[in-house]
Design a binder for this molecule. Structure first.
Ligand SMILES: Cc1ncc(COP(=O)(O)O)c(C=O)c1O
Length: 390
């Protein structure tokens, strides 16, 4: 492997590029071929939509309904908020950074009364703080981003579901954009289940962006029966009514992506969902160990709140994240991302989602990052670091 400037060198690696961003992620050939296949370009979508809904229900142990619409994941989040939140809604938002703050703003835009329990990037609000708030205040909804992609932190979704259900009748709405398909999520009325989860397809599902998937528990669907949501495209009640009564959707979906979604979910079930979850845990744990061995500081303050799908790590010696991102790409063909929010200049984000969550990929990232940092005077025992990844 050479370190020549502006030449992508992948001599010792088998792949040309490594797309290790926290989304959009690498798309496997099988999915690419599916979304441009003859079948996927036909105008009928009823059958494939129905199959996708069933597969999403299986993925999320869903006991209610699923809506799949064209758009980024934000479309799905806004559809949920537009459907359920009004000026009468009291909402508790748990924020651990950039995406948590977006949720709070979005709810305010729909005139919900928002109270935010927030922690700085690298930490998450404690269960005790949530319990304390709920024991003294009535809320209709508790909302949070399962993985705060900006900081690489993750909430314990089951623990939160339990504490919310023990202390209130609030429904739980989750931004599962960077976790669905990589970490277990239950959208159902069980003790550990949540009431709604939204994800896009360009993260752990390894598809091109363009679909928003909204999963609703039976309980929240029942609640929706009594609501009169405004609007058209973002009105989930209208989507479900269209589908149930007319067997079609209010707007034509990106049909070829619906075929891609089936392929993506089938790939997950073929590997075995538990194996997929384990692989993300293993790879992220090894990555964090190697980064620490390099002397670097992980933004997530402890391993139990570090996400299995994205790792955010501070760069040493005040080296700007932008420089590292550029050099990793130009010299090694490895694409990572700058952090977001307050730490954007100081840290980089390494995604390990779906097919990119492999030890081979992590090895390539660690090797290249070490080389880039060593070229800037950072002392790293590369052999020792790499030995942690075998
Ligand atoms: C946690 C989280 N929420 C929301 C979004 C926004 O998704 P999209 O860009 O598909 O609208 C992202 C994208 O990175 C995310 O990580």
């Amino acid at each position: 492997m050479t370190d020549q400037q502006s030449e992508i060198s992948y001599g010792m690696f088998s792949k040309k590029y490594y797309i290790m961003t926290p989304g959009p992620t690498e798309v496997p050939r099988e999915i690419l071929e599916t979304i441009v296949s003859d079948e996927a370009l036909l105008p009928d979508y009823q059958e494939i939509y129905d199959i996708d809904v069933k597969l999403v229900k299986k993925l999320l142990n869903n006991d209610g309904e699923v809506v799949i619409m064209g758009g980024g994941a934000t479309v799905g989040l806004e559809a949920l908020i537009s459907t359920f939140i009004s000026e009468n809604s009291k909402v508790l938002v748990l924020s651990a950074g950039y995406f948590g703050e977006i949720l709070a703003k979005l709810i305010e835009m729909y005139h919900g009364k928002v109270y935010v329990i927030r922690e700085r990037q690298g930490r998450i609000p404690s269960i005790e703080a949530i319990e304390r708030y709920l024991s003294k205040n009535n809320v209709d909804y508790v909302v949070f981003a399962h993985c705060e992609t900006s900081a690489g932190t993750i909430f314990n979704i089951e623990e939160i579901a339990e504490v919310v259900k023990e202390n209130s009748n609030a429904k739980i709405i989750v931004d599962a954009v960077s976790t669905a398909g990589a970490i277990p999520i239950n959208v159902n009325s069980s003790k550990k289940g949540v009431d709604a989860a939204v994800f896009g397809v360009q993260k752990a599902l390894n598809m091109p962006p363009g679909l928003a998937v909204i999963s609703l528990s039976r309980n929240i669907v029942e609640e929706m029966e009594n609501l009169k949501p405004k609007g058209y495209y973002l009105n989930l009640k209208l989507w479900l009514n269209f589908w149930k009564t007319a067997g079609r959707l209010p707007s034509t979906p990106p049909i070829n992506l619906l075929y891609g979604l089936r392929k993506s979910l089938e790939r997950i079930f073929t590997e075995g969902i538990e194996n997929v979850y384990r692989r993300h845990m293993l790879v992220s744990r090894k990555l964090r160990r190697a980064l620490r061995k390099m002397g670097l500081k992980i933004v997530a303050e402890s391993d139990d709140i570090a996400s299995p799908t994205v790792t955010v790590v501070y760069m040493p010696n005040s080296i700007k994240s932008e420089i590292i991102v550029r050099e990793l790409w130009e010299k090694y063909g490895i694409l990572v991302a700058k952090a977001l929010g307050d730490i954007s200049d100081k840290a980089i984000r390494i995604g390990h989602m779906g097919i990119t969550a492999t030890l081979d990929n992590i090895f390539a990232v660690i090797y290249a990052l070490s080389k880039v940092l060593m070229s800037k005077g950072v002392s790293i025992n590369l052999e020792e670091v790499l030995s942690l990844l075998t």
